[in-house]
Design a protein around this ligand. Structure first.
Ligand code: PEP
Length: 272
């Protein structure tokens, strides 16, 4: 079994001012990043340079979007090559707000993922169903279709983290249960095993996003993958422990609650 390090992302979306960003960075600089946990925050593009310059180096920085070209006449866009130039090693792609408000297709998200990876920028690739899709019982079809959009464009998944973010849970206060998240994560791994490889299915990190906050993180964190933090034996106790947990949830992507350093810290520390 492959050990997958825990991953916590903070998506600040289009929030903040110079003063707020300064204070958030100061707060984040007091966070103790646990071993075998990766923490990455994603400020608006305008502030990304100052965040990278002032944030402690054991917290990564992600852009919230990037384009499919290195440079040129693409007004308003940002290239992964430019992100690299600023020392930004991550980008969030395919967030449901971009799919919804900016009509980003599965194919385009796949192409942007491929270009970012080629430029050496790791990708947090977001997928997730809308409420009406869950109610129509087509969650699996939707999320595997979105995953295929990425799989069609890339060969190497080493630098990809998949974020399962049900749209009905984003910014709504309605968090998925650990069982609901685990069920989809299992579906995604099975799809990767059949359509990409068993190795990728075992090693790619799949994180959950949608209304994770300082209050529910402890409960969610209790259920997350335990591979890295618990030494496994073949004893019955270990097996029972594994069955009780949700071994396919490798962390969280956090929106609103990532804007307060104390809340974000609680989430970073939430895993058992
Ligand atoms: C997000 O936008 O990625 C997100 C998970 O938002 P929130 O935590 O606010 O639901």
């Amino acid at each position: 079994m492959v050990a997958r390090n825990f991953f916590i992302g903070g998506n600040w979306k289009m929030n903040g001012s110079v003063a707020q960003v300064k204070s958030l960075v100061e707060g984040l600089n007091t966070i103790n990043v646990p071993t075998q946990t990766e923490v990455v925050v994603s400020p608006p593009a305008l502030y990304i340079d100052r965040v990278r310059a002032n944030l402690k180096k054991d917290i990564g920085v992600a852009a919230q979007n990037s384009y499919v070209k290195a440079s040129g006449a693409y007004t308003g866009e940002i290239s992964p090559e430019q992100l690299k130039d600023l020392g930004i090693n991550w980008v969030i792609l395919g967030h449901s707000e971009r799919r919804e408000y900016f009509a980003e297709s599965d194919k385009f998200v796949g192409q942007k993922t491929a270009h970012a990876l080629k430029a050496g920028v790791s990708v947090i690739a977001c997928i997730g169903e809308k409420l009406e899709e869950r109610e129509a019982n087509i969650t699996s079809q939707v999320v595997t279709r979105q995953l295929k959009g990425i799989a069609d464009e890339i060969n190497d998944w080493t630098n990809v983290v998949v974020a399962y973010e049900p749209v009905w849970a984003i910014g709504t206060g309605k968090v998925a249960t650990p069982e609901q998240a685990e069920e989809v994560h299992v579906t995604l791994r099975a799809w990767l095993a059949s359509n990409v490889s068993q190795k990728v299915a075992d090693s790619v990190r799949i994180i959950y996003g949608g209304s994770v906050n300082a209050k529910n993180a402890a409960e969610l964190g209790k259920h997350c993958n335990a591979w890295a933090s618990h030494s496994l034996t073949h004893s019955l106790i270990s097996l029972l422990f594994l069955i009780a947990t949700k071994p396919n949830i490798d962390g969280f992507l956090v929106g609103g609650a990532s804007l307060k350093a104390t809340d974000f810290n609680t989430i970073v520390q939430a895993r058992l």
